[in-house]
Design a protein around this ligand. Structure first.
Ligand SMILES: [Zn+2]
Length: 405
């Protein structure tokens, strides 16, 4: 038990969320309202019922965890709905002291013939911009006491998909009906990478990075190397969901084949027993070198504690989670939510769980918080980012003096 880091301190310090899925982070009343409007049938029409049926405290499996996304995606098919949900996500973050968010989603799950990908992304940006403008106009920000809210958008490609997931995927699968599945997945990812680069550089949208999400085991990241090569060669930053359900080799592929600047989850980074490739003769050395490389190159790990506890049977408590080893190796780790609705959590709650169950020193805690800002794909210039991080550190130190003994 760590007594010095109080819930009040956690709530008041500026925080980040570098890994949060838009479609996993709706407010339940909003989901219910939008579902009624759109004629989407939910398993229950009240908050308690939905929490019992879909958005649970704990899940039996990853597929069960993912069930809720079918409902949230179904209501996020129009610009006004996307804008509203993004605005509320911005508000909810600001409310709990989060000052920098990178919201991610797969626009190909929301697009149609008459609703192009760039319009999907623009709707989300509009909602986030509204939340940002409201906060940044406040007296506290204007006088320099509070930190302005900033955000970026991460575009997700999916490791695999089927025709039921969206019109976009149905069309690609139809056109490429003679191709091997993995070639269809690769082609779709490349097209999304092209869209991400164009939105960031041509359309002036706040797209800051490209991500690979979806079922990991059986769908290796290196199948998508062309898409990531495209993003890489166009100076777009990359993060990859890796080591969530599969071992160190998946993380290796993310940082080599996909040039990942950050890793989503990285839970099994140290799991040498999960290495399958017989060519790796010394799994212990391989994992050690991998961790050292990630540490020295400051490849940030986006850790999602509650989400991992909910979907990984071998992790029963924070004490079982490799975050302890990550901190011992001095990796650049930031605390994220993954899905505020599906994981029933907030950034503050993730920090509270951490300090309650692990003996984190004030210095380690401070590093965790500041790593989020330093590891961000900040949408402005590097000099702007440095100024922003400096402002955050000053604010953190003021609160440390005021609230930490
Ligand atoms: Zn995720």
């Amino acid at each position: 038990m760590n007594n010095t880091i109080s819930p009040e301190f956690i709530r008041r310090i500026p925080k980040t969320d570098l890994h949060v899925h838009l479609d996993g982070s709706l407010r339940i009343p909003t989901l219910i309202e939008l579902a009624q409007e759109a004629g989407v049938e939910l398993p229950a029409n009240d908050e308690a019922g939905l929490k019992k049926a879909v958005f649970k405290e704990s899940y039996a499996s990853l597929p069960e965890y993912l069930q809720g996304f079918a409902y949230t995606c179904a209501v996020l098919q129009t610009a006004p709905n996307l804008e509203r949900v993004a605005y509320e996500l911005g508000q909810d973050n600001i409310e709990e002291g989060v000052r920098y968010v990178e919201v991610r989603f797969a626009p190909q799950l929301h697009t149609r013939d008459d609703f192009p990908i760039a319009d999907v992304v623009a709707a989300v940006a509009k909602g986030m911009d509204r939340a940002k403008a409201e906060h940044n106009a406040s007296d506290a920000v204007q006088t320099g006491e509070d930190i302005p809210f900033e955000y970026g958008i991460i575009i997700c490609a999916l490791r695999s998909f089927n025709e039921h997931m969206s019109d976009y995927y149905r069309r690609i699968l139809g056109i490429m009906s003679y191709a091997k599945k993995k070639d269809v997945f690769a082609a779709a990812s490349l097209e999304i990478a092209r869209a991400a680069v164009a939105m960031a550089q041509r359309d002036g949208l706040p797209v800051v990075a490209f991500d690979l999400a979806g079922e990991e085991a059986g769908y290796p990241a290196d199948d998508h190397h062309e898409a990531f090569g495209y993003a890489h060669k166009h100076f777009l930053r990359k993060t990859v969901h890796a080591g969530e359900a599969y071992g160190p080799e998946s993380i290796f592929q993310a940082i080599t084949d996909c040039h990942a600047n950050r890793i989503g989850h990285g839970t099994f980074l140290f799991a040498e027993d999960m290495i399958n490739n017989p060519a790796i003769e010394d799994p212990a050395m391989y994992t050690r070198l991998l961790a050292e490389y990630i540490a020295s190159q400051r490849i940030a790990i986006e850790v999602n504690l509650t989400s991992n506890l909910q979907t990984t049977p071998s992790i029963k408590s924070v004490a079982d989670h490799p975050i302890k080893q990550m901190l011992e190796h001095n990796l650049s780790v930031s605390i994220c939510t993954d899905n505020r609705l599906v994981s029933s959590t907030t950034v503050s709650r993730e920090f509270e769980i951490l300090v309650k169950e692990l003996p984190v020193t004030p210095q380690q805690f401070r590093n965790l918080v500041i790593s989020g800002f330093k590891g961000s794909f900040y949408p402005g210039s590097y000099n702007d980012k440095r100024r922003y991080v400096r402002q955050v550190i000053n604010r953190y130190e003021t609160l440390e003096r005021e609230l930490l003994r």
